[in-house]
Write a protein that binds this ligand. Structure first.
Ligand code: PLP
Length: 348
């Protein structure tokens, strides 16, 4: 059986036509026009008009940066919205299922709960790699999506390319590769492979490396067929005007982003070195992201102690395969120093 997108789309979505907003029906060609079509307040203040529902200008700039075509891209209110759209487009409530690979990003489970979709969890191996055989053995006719997070949160590692490739080739549903941390990694993005794999969907975000978590801008890269399905169900104005403007400015000022990424990566190296000298640190996991997962003697205790000293980290001890681990986001030099100094004092 080969991949057939039509078979994966929910019946109610197949018949939908996207809401045609005023801003969809007429796009300005730049000539002097009078806009009396959307019941907006006519007095200019910069944001009195509805935003472009297709975010054309921003997409052109992002497409160039990501080396993909505009037609292979959908933008969302954070990649969390993109993930939710995927559930709503392809997964029939109370009937279909998805596969996730704990320990991983918590939103896949939340979204499967919200959308009434069974979440089949297949643990990563001890080396934090997808267990391809175990995953494929859980696939049935109702399995619509496999969520792969690479580099993975909270473990920090990128998965072996071969494992992802095997899943893309063997699974006839959709494979989502969540690349929220790709900009910190030397590895290649899967975005360049969407024409090779019609079932591949890549998600990225401006929330991490681009430093824009507050504006909520997520990116979905996939075949134009998949993008068309998602466009049918997305809220018309899901990316607001301020977000579009701010994102565009940032992406055009890419040197600033690249500089911050290099600083974060070199700070991460320094942080890892310093952590090696903390007596109660039992293991530092390799990281291709902007955080480090660390095994300590007693994560609950160390988490509390850090909190009391004003350092907030993420306690991952209750996640599968993550007993007694803490996740440290790489901060500024001063913030990392505060973390290291505090850990050093706790160790005495
Ligand atoms: C932070 C994170 C996201 C969230 O991205 P937004 O664009 O801010 O919604 C998605 N996936 C993973 C794995 C993350 O860690």
């Amino acid at each position: 059986m080969s991949f057939n997108l039509e078979n994966l789309i929910r019946e109610n979505v197949k018949g939908l036509r996207p809401y045609s907003s005023a801003r969809d029906e007429y796009v300005s060609d730049g000539s002097e026009m009078v806009f009396l079509d959307a019941n907006e307040n006519p007095f200019e203040n910069g944001v009195n008009r509805y935003p472009d529902p297709q975010q054309r200008n921003l997409k052109v700039v992002l497409a160039e940066r990501k080396e993909v075509q505009v037609g292979n891209m959908l933008l969302g209110n954070g990649s969390d919205e993109v993930l939710d759209l995927l559930f709503r487009a392809f997964c029939e409530p109370q009937k279909d299922n998805v596969i996730t690979l704990p320990p991983t990003y918590g939103m896949y489970k939340v979204l499967s709960g919200v959308n009434a979709i069974e979440n089949r969890e297949v643990l990563l191996t001890d080396g934090f790699e997808p267990n391809v055989t175990a995953i494929l053995s859980r696939v049935d006719a109702q399995t619509k999506i496999i969520f792969i997070c690479s580099p993975n949160n909270p473990t920090g590692n990128s998965f072996n390319v071969k494992h992802i490739q095997e899943l893309l080739r063997s699974f006839k549903g959709l494979v989502v590769v969540d690349e929220a941390y790709i900009d910190f990694s030397a590895g290649e993005s899967w975005a360049s492979k969407i024409s090779e794999y019609p079932n591949l969907i890549v998600t990225q975000t401006l929330s991490k490396a681009y430093g824009l978590a507050g504006i909520r801008l997520g990116i979905c890269i996939a075949s134009s067929e998949i993008i068309t399905v998602l466009n049918k169900i997305k809220p018309p104005y899901n990316v607001n005007e301020l977000t579009q403007q701010r994102a565009m400015k940032r992406v055009l000022n890419i040197d600033a982003v690249t500089n911050e990424i290099s600083t974060i990566i070199s700070e991460k190296k320094r942080l890892i070195q310093a952590l090696q000298n903390i007596s109660f640190v039992a293991k530092i996991y390799p990281s291709n992201a902007n955080f480090v997962l660390v095994k300590v003697d007693d994560a609950n205790n160390r988490y509390q102690q850090l909190l009391e000293k004003g350092v907030v980290v993420r306690n991952r001890t209750n996640q599968a395969l993550c007993e007694n681990t803490l996740r440290f986001t790489v901060g500024t030099e001063a913030e990392n120093k505060k973390l290291i100094d505090t850990l050093g004092k706790l160790a005495n």
